[in-house]
Design a protein around this ligand. Structure first.
Ligand SMILES: [Zn+2]
Length: 192
């Protein structure tokens, strides 16, 4: 069964975060290397846009986490945990976080993108021009890059969509080139 169909069946064809039935898509929960059914959720465009771009955040929309944080699926709980952390300053998300329970493994996954850390502890990723890179950004390669562990060369000018950040290391991001997930050094990319 394709991933989308499996997620539709699991969720009853609703957004696993806000229960919307509109514009549903697969959202692979970063780091994308987890992948697959256990590493993905079905989510609406409204949710995904806000997950990926902080500036479009509508905190009231996320009241939906009140319900979805109790999901039986770790991928859903991980996203809920991250969004609650991002909204913590609103007050109510802090209360929900206090009630939420994640197994150690899921908690480690939730923390893998650096969400929930203080600004001062956060690792900042920057492109060649010093622009800050965020999860979900699109970048272009500014030189030919050998892909580690394969004979593939990612060509200069290749667009990499929806990158994910390596939150252990400010020099690395991950993204898909020719359908393959690769690690890219930030100084060789330009944000688009
Ligand atoms: Zn939604």
């Amino acid at each position: 069964m394709a991933l989308l169909e499996a997620l539709q069946e699991r969720s009853g064809n609703i957004c696993e975060l806000c229960a919307s039935t509109e514009n549903l898509q697969v959202y692979e929960v970063p780091p994308v290397s987890t992948g697959g059914l256990d590493g993905s959720i079905l989510a609406c465009k409204t949710c995904i846009d806000q997950i990926e771009k902080q500036e479009e955040m509508d905190s009231n929309h996320w009241r939906c986490l009140n319900d979805s944080m109790w999901s039986e699926h770790d991928a859903v709980k991980v996203v809920a945990w991250r969004m609650l952390n991002r909204l913590k300053s609103e007050g109510w998300p802090q209360d929900l976080l206090g009630m939420m329970y994640l197994e150690d493994e899921a908690l480690e996954w939730a923390k893998a993108t650096g969400e929930g850390k203080d600004e001062s502890e956060k690792i900042i990723h920057r492109d060649v021009n010093g622009n800050i890179l965020e999860n979900g950004d699109n970048v272009v390669l500014i030189k030919d890059l050998k892909v580690k562990g394969s004979s593939m060369v990612a060509k200069q000018g290749t667009a990499v969509r929806r990158i994910s950040l390596d939150h252990e290391n400010a020099e690395y991001i991950e993204g898909k080139v020719d359908g393959q997930q690769i690690v890219i050094v930030t100084k060789y990319v330009k944000k688009t």
